[in-house]
Design a protein around this ligand. Structure first.
Ligand code: PPY
Length: 307
């Protein structure tokens, strides 16, 4: 049975997402304390893949995941899923709100319940944990008084109870998760795919604008752009781009080759079916057919076949 790592311990949103991402086959899910360790297990071959949180509709990207994706040996995403995110606030049985002096969770969870905490636990000191379930385990162990956790956590930590359920400052928040593995041929194109890359650009006038133009010119819809310092030099940034299309699509392959020429470093982070399965709208001039026809036309010219 394939072993698949996830950001644990048991009871995280990432566990829920990883179960959804591996629903089609039997897998043994292995919790890891942070994303870096989960990806290290992928890189070493200890597991075949890992489920990791990547971005949230309220709080944006998960920086630990961005950094872990581009450090060390290459890894690629092969699938994504999106989960709605609402939280439970868990306490040891009998704890009353006025007795809660510390509350812990993953930074992304805390960011999404700040308003609720101010209104309901205004005196509680906030602590960050490696994951929502790590916070629940710490409450069980008496380290903190309350945890902001995923709805599945109360089943995994039966010695805790809900102080409040369905907590979220912003209704309809979603988090996107990726299933990541060692490089292998990407999944077949579906017509509704996403491609992720990380590119380091040189510190010259207009480089970012030119990079983006390479996508625009080919009708490629950008769904995310995020920068993180390369950590090598002050002012040097790596841009994480997610855009519609599959590396097997001519327009995407063409754009990737252009990025490779323009950037000092480009890391391909995968082409995989979009969770919403929504096909992207492409003008006829950027269709596969148009790209292939124009390539044939050029080949003909080069071979002296001019009609
Ligand atoms: O800690 C978790 O449960 C995670 O999976 C990370 C996370 C945190 C907050 C919202 C979504 C995912």
């Amino acid at each position: 049975m394939p072993r698949i790592a996830y950001l644990g311990p048991s009871g995280t949103f990432t566990e829920q997402a990883t179960r959804a991402l591996t629903a089609d086959f039997d897998a043994e899910l292995v919790p890891h304390d942070d994303v870096r360790q989960a990806l290290a297990a992928v890189r070493s071959g200890e597991v075949v893949a890992a489920g990791v949180p990547v971005e949230n509709s309220v709080e944006g990207s998960v920086p630990a995941t961005m950094d872990a994706l581009v450090s060390d040996e290459p890894v690629v995403a092969v699938a994504e899923t999106v989960l709605p995110v609402v939280f439970d606030v868990l306490v040891r049985p009998g704890t009353r709100p006025e007795e809660v002096s510390t509350v812990a969770s993953h930074p992304h969870a805390i960011a999404q319940v700040r308003g609720w905490l101010e209104a309901n636990l205004p005196r509680a000191e906030v602590h960050f944990a490696g994951s929502t379930a790590a916070a629940a385990a710490a409450v069980r162990d008496g380290e903190y008084d309350a945890a902001v956790a995923a709805p599945i956590a109360v089943e995994r930590y039966p010695s805790l109870e809900r102080l409040s359920a369905g907590v979220a400052d912003v209704r309809d928040a979603f988090t996107r998760f990726l299933l990541v593995r060692r490089p292998s041929p990407p999944p077949e194109p579906t017509g509704a795919d996403r491609t992720s890359v990380a590119a380091v650009i040189s510190d010259e006038v207009g480089t970012l604008a030119l990079l983006l133009s390479e996508l625009t010119l080919r009708d490629i819809n950008l769904s995310r752009i995020e920068s993180r310092p390369t950590k090598d030099r002050l002012g040097e940034y790596r841009f994480f781009l997610d855009f519609d299309g599959h590396v097997a699509d001519s327009r995407v392959g063409d754009a990737l080759a252009a990025l490779r020429r323009r950037c000092s470093e480009v890391r391909f982070l995968g082409s995989y079916p979009k969770a919403d399965r929504a096909p992207s709208a492409i003008r006829p001039s950027a269709s596969e057919q148009a790209f292939r026809a124009s390539a044939r036309w050029l080949d003909d010219i080069r071979a002296g076949r001019i009609a």
